[in-house]
Ligand binder design. Structure first.
Ligand code: 48H
Ligand code: FE2
Length: 266
């Protein structure tokens, strides 16, 4: 087979990349929801938010999306989940098998790529390689996120960031609960949670940890929501080990809380 390649101008490649990326970034200077972190909970939140017609951007620190899903458990890259999360896998079209009654297992690579693709197709925008280094805080309400290139952060350069305005921020940064920590550490504010501050996660108890994730998925400060592992880190819940149904259901729950709030206030 012979393929005749057309003439190629490097300048056009450069212009296409810069023009298109800038257009996308400009369109995200104001969004309805900024999701911080593209792990299972952040991707699920974005999928359901965008599915409800809400303008959503996901900002991910790393080059890759998927967070802790790639490695399954201890690098055995299989994703385990229970019954309530089954409908999410079915809806997105990720294949799985039933391993034992009520326990399902899916390929980690298929799960990450399938979910990320579904998020993009629903219309949410994922921007990778950027780190949320602060929030915008006005009159005791979180009204935006502050972004910088992850490479700037890693190189320790003094380069000031850019801000994105939004109506709600979702902390989906996992164990670190980075956004909530930034807010409380910098501003000394009290959260709406029972402890009022970031409690830090407890050790491993799968059953209780999975339950708590859903209970702890909430608005923790005006304009700031937590989902996924960040929810248990903030509220002092147990970790659950390598089971991901709770993460996906938590993303779905936070999307529904935000949809209700935006609908009631518009
Ligand atoms: C932009 C950021 C920033 C930042 C971090 O860790 P994740 O997979 O988080 P979850 O909560 O969706 O899922 C948790 C799950 O992976 C897990 O660890 C479980 C179930 N553990 C149980 C246990 O017992 O250990 O994803 C968080 C994402 C990552 O991709 C980070 O790179 C990203 O957030 N991130 N993005 N700005 N400041 N901080
Ligand atoms: Fe983890």
């Amino acid at each position: 087979m012979e393929i005749n390649l057309p003439a190629l101008d490097e300048r056009v490649i450069t212009q296409a990349i810069i023009t298109r990326y800038t257009e996308v970034l400009l369109s995200l200077s104001e969004v309805e929801v900024a999701v911080v972190g593209a792990g299972p909970s952040g991707l699920s939140a974005a999928y359901y938010l965008a599915g409800s017609g809400i303008k959503t951007a996901v900002f991910e620190r790393r080059a890759s999306v998927g967070g802790g899903m790639w490695g399954g458990g201890m690098m055995f890259n299989q994703i385990v989940f229970q019954e309530p999360a089954r409908e999410i896998f079915e809806e997105v079209g990720i294949r799985f098998t039933e391993f034992a009654p009520g326990y399902y297992v899916a390929d980690a690579v298929e799960t990450v790529t399938g979910l990320a693709y579904a998020v993009c197709r629903k219309g949410a925008k994922i921007i990778n390689l950027v780190t949320v280094e602060d929030v915008v805080l006005q009159n005791d309400v979180v009204t935006g996120v502050v972004l910088n290139w992850t490479a700037v952060e890693m190189a320790g350069l003094h380069v000031d960031p850019l801000a994105v305005r939004c109506r709600c921020v979702v902390d989906a940064t996992g164990h670190d609960a980075r956004v909530v920590r930034l807010l409380t550490e910098k501003n000394g504010v009290t959260l709406k949670t029972p402890g009022g501050r970031v409690q830090g996660e407890k050790s491993l108890w799968a059953e209780i940890g999975e339950k708590q994730i859903l209970e702890n998925t909430a608005e923790v400060y005006p304009g700031l929501y937590v989902t996924g592992m960040a929810a248990n880190a903030v509220a002092g819940g147990y970790r659950m080990g390598p089971i991901f149904g709770g993460m996906l259901l938590s993303g779905k729950k936070v999307a529904s809380l935000i949809s209700e709030k935006l609908r009631s206030s518009s």
